[in-house]
Design a protein around this ligand. Structure first.
Ligand code: ARG
Length: 461
């Protein structure tokens, strides 16, 4: 279609290899909507400012709207030899409306054009991801509410540590996703400034009004400095970082789901909709989905590091290196959206095997700390002495093949007669969990408080 519409200096046709290396159309065609919206706003501003005529604007406007339909209906395929989406659309517009189309690029460069298109894309997808995060938080909160009394061994070093409830565990992830949501929203606010009207790097002698384009495109205001604006890809780095952090949280949850699905745990059962079989072992049910979520986290981290590396040595302003900014972002955004959709569905559908979780609480003397705390609080022992006495009690339980919560008062007192009557009840795992009543703690009452607080927050979003 539009060959070399912007090559006044170049007379020979480009080598095929140059085109293969140089052309971004095969991937930046994703930006066609943003490109057309940006051009509509720019052309409107040009006509408002008397830089182009109202007649030319009318032609440009109807031409661009037709092109949008042509693209969406597949008539205009975006697989030609054009260098990028900007040239493809401008070329098609000129075919359709002639000279008016050639006036569209007045007071604009592809440098501010691509900065605009890409920023619009990032802003929109930031909102999509933030919304999906809210759905995931709501799902986790719902599971938490159903399981604020379901006990499982809380772990450190992947060793049984203290009894907690499953709702509390889910609320830990809900809290991470809440911070992720806040990170996306704060990036959105920080980057919601309009790049268009900056031209190549230095502004333009045409009497543009950047406020008009900014308003039409839904930005807070035009950016401050044009040299920065055409050079900056912080907004893209921010979405990449936000996705990486969010996926890192998702990956930790996935890792736990994988472990908990194993025969050694059997704490959760993923629904058949979210598990796959083996091609050779007929008995197998594999947790491929959480494994993929965990694996994709590596990929999005790669995209973040790739763009940081592309940007680190670039002199101001635009350099063609920056065309490398897009594929990683498109990939991370697609990955984040799909992963969040799958995660919400998988969490909502999984079965929580309460009996297996609670049985696991009888392994590992989870309430041992409660005995030490009792000796300190009720008998005035220094903590270190209490710690040693408790160690001896644990050794006795081990010798008898029992959990500390199963020892009788006589057995407890055989180690130290300062252990009083109430202790047997204290060492019960549920009592132990509910004793952790400090703010943010695991006691069911505190867990329910956390659930209420996140529900309130969700309602305000
Ligand atoms: N396809 C280019 C990119 O993605 C558009 C900007 C080109 N600007 C330029 N001066 N060559 O970065």
């Amino acid at each position: 279609m539009s060959k070399k519409i912007a090559s006044a200096r170049i007379s020979e046709k480009s080598s095929q290899l140059l085109q293969d290396l140089n052309n971004s159309l095969p991937f930046d065609k994703v930006l066609y909507r943003e490109d057309i919206e940006g051009s509509l706003a720019h052309a409107f501003m040009l006509s408002e400012q008397g830089i182009i005529s109202k007649e030319d604007f009318a032609k440009i406007e109807s031409g661009l709207k037709e092109i949008l339909e042509e693209i969406e209906s597949g008539i205009f395929k975006l697989d030609g030899e054009d260098e990028d989406i900007h040239m493809a659309i401008e070329g098609r517009l000129t075919e359709k409306v002639g000279d008016a189309g050639k006036r569209l690029h007045t007071a604009r460069s592809r440098n501010d054009q691509v900065a605009l298109d890409f920023r619009l894309y990032v802003q929109r997808n930031t909102q999509t991801i933030a919304k999906l995060l809210l759905e995931n938080i709501a799902t986790l909160v719902k599971v938490a509410e159903e399981h604020a009394e379901t006990m499982l061994p809380g772990m450190t070093h992947l060793q049984h540590a203290q009894p907690i409830n499953f709702g509390y565990h889910m609320m830990a992830y809900a809290s991470m996703f809440k911070r992720d949501h806040e990170r996306f929203m704060s990036s959105y606010e920080r980057n919601n400034y309009s790049p268009i009207g900056c031209a190549a790097l230095a502004g333009t002698p045409h009497p543009v009004n950047r406020q008009i384009t900014s308003d039409r495109l839904g930005f807070n205001a035009p950016t401050l400095n044009c040299l920065d604006t055409v050079s900056d890809r912080d907004f893209a780095l921010e979405i990449l970082f936000n996705i990486s952090t969010m996926m890192m949280h998702m990956s930790r949850l996935s890792e736990e789901l994988i472990l908990w699905s194993a025969a050694e745990f059997k704490w959760v059962t993923l629904s058949d909709r979210h598990a796959t079989g083996s091609s050779i072992m007929p008995q197998k049910k594999n947790p491929d989905i959480p494994e993929l979520l965990r694996g994709k986290t590596g990929r999005v981290n790669g995209n973040l590091v790739a763009l940081l590396t592309v940007m680190k040595g670039l002199p101001l302003a635009y350099n063609k290196d920056m065309q490398e900014d897009k594929e990683g972002v498109f990939d991370s955004v697609r990955t984040a959206i799909l992963s969040l959709q799958v995660l919400a569905e998988m969490i909502a559908d999984m079965t929580i095997n309460k009996e297996a979780m609670e049985a696991a609480c009888m392994v590992g003397h989870l309430s041992a700390t409660d005995l030490a705390d009792y000796l300190v609080k009720e008998q005035g022992l220094p903590f270190r002495d209490a710690y040693h006495i408790t160690g001896n009690v644990v050794n006795l339980a081990e010798k008898k093949g029992l959990d500390i919560s199963e020892l009788s008062l006589d057995e407890l007192q055989s180690i130290d007669n300062r252990i009083g009557e109430g202790v047997v009840a204290l060492l019960d795992n549920r009592a132990s969990m509910n004793a952790r009543l400090s703010e943010g703690g695991t006691a069911t009452a505190r867990t329910l408080e956390q659930i209420e607080s996140l529900k309130d927050w969700l309602q305000k979003q």
